[in-house]
Design a binder for this molecule. Structure first.
Ligand code: NAD
Length: 445
C-alpha cells in the first residue's frame, strides 16, 4: 500500500520506517526542511535503538522516502497517517493546531479515496474535527472525494520504539466504517500474523484508550512514589515492598519502580490533557489530580535528599554535583520534562555547579543548556566525577549499574551518592565509605 506519514518525530519516523520494512511504500512528510534534507542524506534526527539501519536500508530499497511537498504525497497515498505533536496548551489541554493543520493540508490536496489515520494522541472528539477540517477544504475546492478518518493511537515506548512497532501488543483501530477498518487491517496484516492484535472500536473509545493507558501507567508510578515516601518515613525499604507486592500476579512487577518522578513527552501532558477533558465535561478527575501532584513533588526528591545531606539548601552553595543521566529514561535522547531538568534547575538555584554525562542526550543537553557556566557536559561517567563532591544518579542507563564504589569514594569530595533509581545496594555503597540516599529507603532517614 502507499502510505503518507505526516510528522517525522519519534512516532512518525518509527512508524513510517516499520511500515516500509514490511513492504509498504512510505513517504514521511514534515514541515521541518532541515529534518527532511538530513533524512534524505541518511541523518537520523533522533536516537532510537535499531532505527538508523532500518531507515537507511528501506530508503536505499526505495520503499521509504522523505518530502516536504505534502501535495504530491497526498495525491498518491491510500493511507494518510497523522503523527505530529500535540503539546500542552497554556491551560494543559492538548494543542491540536498541528493535527488540524495536517487535516487542512490533506483536504487541499486529496484527489482519490483515502483513509486518514490519526496516530497523534488527541482528545476525544478530534476525529470529528479532523473530518470536518478536511471536508471544509474539499468543499472550498468544490470537489467530492471519499475519505474516512480513523483513530489509530500509538503505544510505542521511546527507547524500544522499533521493537514495539514491529511487535505491537495491540493495534487499536477506531472507526465505525467497515471499509476503513478493512483498509487498516490490510495495512497492519504483516504485524498481525501470530495472533489477532487488532482491536476495533468506535473513534471516541479509541481516542480515550490512549489517554487511559498513559494515565494508568502514570498512576502506577505516582502510587509507588507515594509508597516510597511513606516507606522513607516509617523506616521501611520500598525495594523490599516492591518485590513483595510485585509477586502478586494481579499487581505484577512491571512499572512499579519508585524514582525521581515520570517525565517525557507523553505522561505529563497526557495526564494533564485528560484531566482538562474531564473538567470540560463537568467531572473533576481526583485520581489524575493526585497523580500529577505527587509527580510534581517527586521531581524535587533528589534535590531534597542532597539538601538534607548538606544540612539545607545553603549547604549546596559552591558544591559540584556529578549528574549521571539526563534523558527522561534510558535508551533515548529525549529530555522533554525529564526529572534531570528539575534537579539541574534546583542545584543551580542553590548555587551548586553540575558536571553531567548521558550516553545519548548530550547533543540535546547542549542545545538546551549550552553556554552555562555552572554546567560542564562531560564525555564519560568518570569525567563527570572529576572534581565533584557528590553524585546524583538520575537515569538508569545500563552503563551506570555497576560502578566501582571504592573509586567513587576516592573521586567524590564529600563521598555522597543520591541514587534516584535505587540501583545500588546501600550496604555495599556504605561499606565503601560513601553516604547513600535512595528513594523510599527508610534507612536513609
Ligand atoms: P515529535 O515532536 O517528536 O515530532 C513531531 C513532528 O511533527 C516534528 O518533526 C514536526 O516538525 C512535525 N510537524 C509539525 N507540524 C507538521 C505539519 N503540519 N506537517 C508535517 N509535519 C509536522 O512528536 P512525537 O513524540 O513523535 O509525538 C507525536 C504524537 O504521537 C503526539 O501526539 C504524541 O503524544 C504521540 N505519541 C508519542 C509517543 C512517544 O513516545 N513520543 C508515543 C505514543 C504517542
Amino acid at each position: 500500500m502507499r502510505v503518507a506519514v505526516f510528522g517525522t518525530g519519534y512516532v512518525g519516523l518509527v512508524t513510517g520506517t516499520c511500515l516500509a520494512e514490511v513492504g509498504h511504500r512510505v513517504t514521511c512528510v514534515d514541515i521541518d526542511r532541515d529534518k527532511i534534507e538530513g533524512l534524505k542524506q541518511g541523518r537520523i534526527p533522533i536516537y532510537e535503538p535499531g532505527l538508523e539501519p532500518m531507515v537507511l536500508a528501506n530508503h536505499a530499497a526505495g520503499r521509504l522516502d522523505f518530502d516536504t511537498d505534502a501535495e504530491a504525497v497526498v495525491a498518491r497515498a491510500d493511507v494518510l497517517m497523522i503523527a505530529v505533536g500535540t503539546p500542552p496548551d497554556e491551560d494543559g489541554s492538548a494543542d491540536l493546531s498541528h493535527v488540524l493543520a495536517v487535516a487542512r493540508t490533506i483536504g487541499r490536496s486529496l484527489s482519490r479515496p483515502a483513509v486518514v489515520a490519526n496516530k497523534s494522541t488527541v482528545p476525544v472528539g478530534t476525529a470529528d474535527r479532523v473530518r470536518a477540517a478536511i471536508a471544509a477544504e474539499l468543499a472550498a475546492r468544490g470537489v467530492a472525494v471519499e475519505f474516512e478518518v480513523v483513530s489509530n493511537p500509538e503505544f510505542l515506548k521511546e527507547g524500544a520504539a522499533v521493537n514495539d512497532c514491529m511487535r505491537p501488543d495491540r493495534i487499536i483501530v477506531g472507526s465505525r466504517n467497515p471499509r476503513a477498518v478493512e483498509t487498516m487491517k490490510r495495512l497492519y496484516a504483516p504485524f498481525n500474523r501470530s495472533h489477532e492484535r487488532v482491536v476495533v472500536m468506535d473513534e471516541r473509545s479509541a481516542e480515550l484508550t490512549k489517554y487511559a493507558a498513559n494515565a494508568m501507567l502514570a498512576t502506577k508510578i505516582s502510587f509507588m512514589n507515594e509508597m516510597a515516601n511513606i516507606a522513607e518515613r516509617v523506616g521501611a525499604d520500598i525495594e523490599m515492598v516492591r518485590l513483595g507486592i510485585g509477586s502478586d500476579p494481579r499487581i505484577g512487577y512491571h512499572f512499579i519502580y519508585p524514582g525521581a518522578g515520570y517525565g517525557g513527552s507523553c505522561f505529563p501532558k497526557d495526564v494533564q490533557a485528560l484531566e482538562r477533558t474531564a473538567r470540560q465535561h463537568g467531572y473533576r478527575a481526583r485520581i489524575l489530580d493526585a497523580v500529577e501532584a505527587v509527580n510534581a513533588e517527586q521531581k524535587s526528591k533528589m534535590f531534597e535528599l542532597l539538601a538534607r545531606h548538606y544540612g539545607g539548601e545553603a549547604g549546596l552553595r559552591g558544591k559540584v554535583v556529578a549528574v549521571w543521566g539526563l534523558a527522561f529514561k534510558p535508551n533515548t535522547d529525549d529530555m522533554r520534562e525529564a526529572p534531570s531538568r528539575t534537579l539541574l534547575a534546583q542545584l543551580w538555584a542553590a548555587g551548586a555547579r553540575v558536571r553531567a554525562y548521558d550516553p545519548e542526550a548530550m547533543t540535546e543537553a547542549r542545545r538546551l543548556f549550552g553556554g552555562r557556566e555552572d554546567l560542564v557536559l562531560c564525555d564519560s561517567p568518570e569525567a563527570a566525577l572529576a572534581g565533584a563532591d557528590a553524585l546524583a544518579l538520575v537515569t538508569e542507563w545500563k552503563a551506570f549499574w555497576s560502578p566501582d564504589f571504592a573509586l567513587l569514594a576516592r573521586a567524590l569530595g564529600d563521598k555522597v551518592i543520591v541514587d534516584g533509581r535505587n540501583l545500588y545496594p546501600p550496604d555495599e555503597v556504605e561499606a565503601a565509605g560513601l553516604a547513600y540516599y535512595g528513594i523510599g529507603r527508610g534507612r536513609s532517614l
